[in-house]
Ligand binder design. Structure first.
Ligand SMILES: NC(=O)c1ccc[n+]([C@@H]2O[C@H](COP(=O)([O-])OP(=O)(O)OC[C@H]3O[C@@H](n4cnc5c(N)ncnc54)[C@H](O)[C@@H]3O)[C@@H](O)[C@H]2O)c1
Length: 403
């Protein structure tokens, strides 16, 4: 059987991401169970698993990855670090024609690179196969509650990244007593699962959406709002998942009643142009719009949360939006709504997030990667040897420099 050499690249994007696609233990396990696989790791001072941990696991460290068949990264690779002719897997954030990554796609095509984007790996029905969403939800829910605690002074949560791992984070919730909050959790994917996990770990009780809308409770509650609860067809008033995904512009939002009953919104919906926003920006001026804190884990600027106007950093995750003017303010002002919006939330728990990601990679992607002709991989191949992949013709203008 032909040997396949897989390289784990050093992350080059700034601010630096410390996640990695496979942990030392996962590389070791694969080398033991798949004798045709060989791993090489580029040295990286800031990676959450240290070079020495890979070495101890019997994995070679090398600056030079030119002999590798496949290169695995996490975030966008800086253009000057791309090795011509290679096959890369990473999150390129090009499939929605994101302006800031146009040059990256152009360079990938020029350098005749094959790019398989993790975000585009999907099952037949469009469900994503692999992602960091669960830990984005974990950190996002924590940060949303932390922001509300900072705003009101009613309780105090520390930063997630100060904990060694997820287990230690859970320990910090012992003794936490939350006020009688009402929390709306939106979405049904990995992010939503992470959000719900934190709700349950913090002892917040789940209630049905109809009950949530009817009354206050004398304990903290959350309700999960999925597609059916959030959208309805403008003409028929009905919701059909497949139809909604195909014709989102024919649907309208049903979220407004929740804005009158919610203290904290933890947003995990999957949003793209055409999908109705949960509410519109002027709605925040309404007297009965009572949401004080929004953790926008989906984090699409001017997306499902129209008042998400800026993505922040892990160091400084929260800002305010003035209710009257809609402009950005400092966080925790009485006249503002707080927005927690960070694009690399899982990086607050990088070791747990990396292990979780690597498990999915091994289970659901690796076999396809090692054999020719996988339809899942073909559908996720944005660029192949200098040309756009068969499913990405729509990026031609973008690749030509037009936006
Ligand atoms: N802030 C961060 O650090 C961070 C990290 C990871 C993910 N995210 C974002 O959070 C959002 C949710 O991510 P997730 O991991 O929960 O996603 P996911 O793929 O696990 O779930 C997405 C859900 O959306 C539904 N869906 C909506 N439109 C669809 C369509 N057209 N086709 C098929 N399914 C469709 C799916 O049924 C699924 O339940 C995404 O926008 C993602 O980019 C943010």
């Amino acid at each position: 059987m032909k040997q396949v050499k897989i390289g784990l690249i050093r992350e080059g994007k700034i601010p630096t991401d410390s996640r990695v696609a496979l942990t030392p233990a996962q590389c070791k396990w694969l080398q033991a169970h798949r004798p045709n696989l060989l791993f090489v790791v580029q040295p990286a001072a800031l990676r959450c698993y240290k070079d020495a941990e890979y070495e101890r696991a019997g994995i070679r460290i090398s600056e030079d990855l030119s002999s590798c068949d496949i290169l695995l990264g996490i975030k966008e690779v800086p253009v000057n670090e791309l090795i011509p002719g290679k096959t890369y897997l990473f999150f390129s954030h090009t499939k929605k024609k994101q302006p800031h990554n146009q040059q990256l796609l152009q360079a990938i095509l020029e350098k005749k690179i094959t790019l398989i984007d993790y975000e585009c790996l999907e099952h037949e029905d469009g469900k994503r196969i692999i992602g960091f969403g669960f830990f984005a939800g974990i950190v996002g829910a924590h940060n949303g509650l932390m922001a509300y605690g900072n705003r009101t002074g009613l309780f105090k949560l520390d930063r997630v990244y100060k904990q060694k791992n997820f287990k230690e984070l859970i320990h910090t919730y012992f003794g936490l007593r939350l006020p009688n909050l009402k929390i709306a959790v939106t979405g049904s994917g990995r992010v939503a699962h992470g959000l719900l996990e934190i709700m349950n770990l913090m002892g917040v009780h789940e209630v049905e959406p109809d009950e949530y809308l009817q009354r206050r409770f004398n304990y903290p509650v959350y309700t999960q709002l999925k597609g059916y609860d959030l959208y309805e067809h403008a003409a028929t008033g009905r919701y059909n998942r497949l139809d909604f995904h195909e014709h989102p512009q024919q649907y309208i939002s049903r979220f407004m009643p929740y804005t009158r009953q919610t203290d904290i919104l933890l947003n995990g919906v999957y949003w793209y142009e055409g999908v109705p926003r949960l509410f519109e920006a002027p709605d925040i001026q309404k007297e009965d719009f009572i949401i004080e804190t929004i953790a926008d884990v989906s984090d699409d600027e001017n997306g499902s949360v129209p008042i998400n106007k800026r993505t922040q950093t892990i160091d400084d995750p929260v800002y305010g939006i003035d209710r009257e003017t809609g402009t950005i303010t400092a966080p925790y002002l009485k006249s503002s709504i707080d927005i927690m919006a960070v694009g690399n939330l899982p990086n607050e728990l990088p070791r747990d997030a990396s292990r979780y990601f690597g498990e999915q990679l091994i289970k659901f992607v690796l076999d396809d990667l090692l054999h020719e002709g996988s339809t899942i991989l073909t559908r996720a191949t944005i660029a192949q040897n200098g040309a756009l992949g068969p499913h990405y013709d729509y990026l031609q203008d973008y690749a030509n420099g037009v936006l």
